[in-house]
Write a protein that binds this ligand. Structure first.
Ligand code: NI
Length: 200
């Protein structure tokens, strides 16, 4: 049975999640903030359309996936995500599925294993898509600038991580979208080589 509950039926819930995340990340601009959460949410909704899944769990997990990122927040047991889910009156079963999807995407909690649930696999693809393509390039150099990385060091990150992501996608739609963004990364590196006369 296709259990793809429409996100639009839960519009109120989703918009309050968006507001919660906006406030949570207020003042944070290191690339893991509100804009990132919104892009991951949009990617996740697109991918969920072609998958058997609970679209509400996907949407909430995408919006909240970095709500307890240890690089930004000092929380235990997904406290920020749980606060929203409790306050919004999301039932315990759905809340657990959201938390499970979030934790299966977190590298530190999951050590790179493929998420066990469809919702986790979708959000992971959505998060990975945001690391590649034009947005991925912008994020890499924004992070590099903020952390004193040279151009060469940022480009190294393309080879060590970004160019590997297209072969790590879980879903059909994720693979298709990643292929487009991957070509854009390759085009960027070719143009950079052309302009600098240096192969990287
Ligand atoms: Ni993320």
């Amino acid at each position: 049975m296709k259990k793809n509950l429409s996100v639009s039926t839960n519009n109120k819930l989703i918009s309050s999640a968006i507001e919660y995340v906006r406030e949570l990340f207020a003042g944070n601009s290191d690339g893991h903030g509100f804009d990132h959460a919104m892009r991951v949410y949009r990617n996740a909704v697109t991918i969920a359309d072609g998958e058997e899944c609970d679209a509400t769990v996907v949407a909430l997990a995408a919006l909240l996936h970095d709500a307890d990122d240890p690089k930004i927040f000092d929380t235990r047991d997904n406290a920020n995500a749980r606060t929203f889910l409790d306050d919004a009156g999301v039932g315990p079963e759905t809340a657990e599925r959201v938390i499970r999807a979030i934790n299966s995407v977190s590298f530190s909690k999951n050590r790179g294993k493929t998420p066990e649930t469809a919702e986790g696999r979708i959000v992971q693809d959505a998060d990975r898509l945001d690391a590649i393509g034009a947005v991925g390039i912008a994020r890499t150099f924004a992070y590099g600038g903020a952390n004193g990385r040279s151009l060469d060091e940022s480009v190294k990150h393309f080879h060590e991580k970004l160019l590997l992501l297209k072969d790590m996608m879980n879903t059909e739609t994720g693979r298709r979208l990643a292929a487009v963004r991957h070509s854009f990364l390759e085009a960027f590196l070719r143009e950079l080589e052309e302009e600098t006369g240096e192969k990287r």
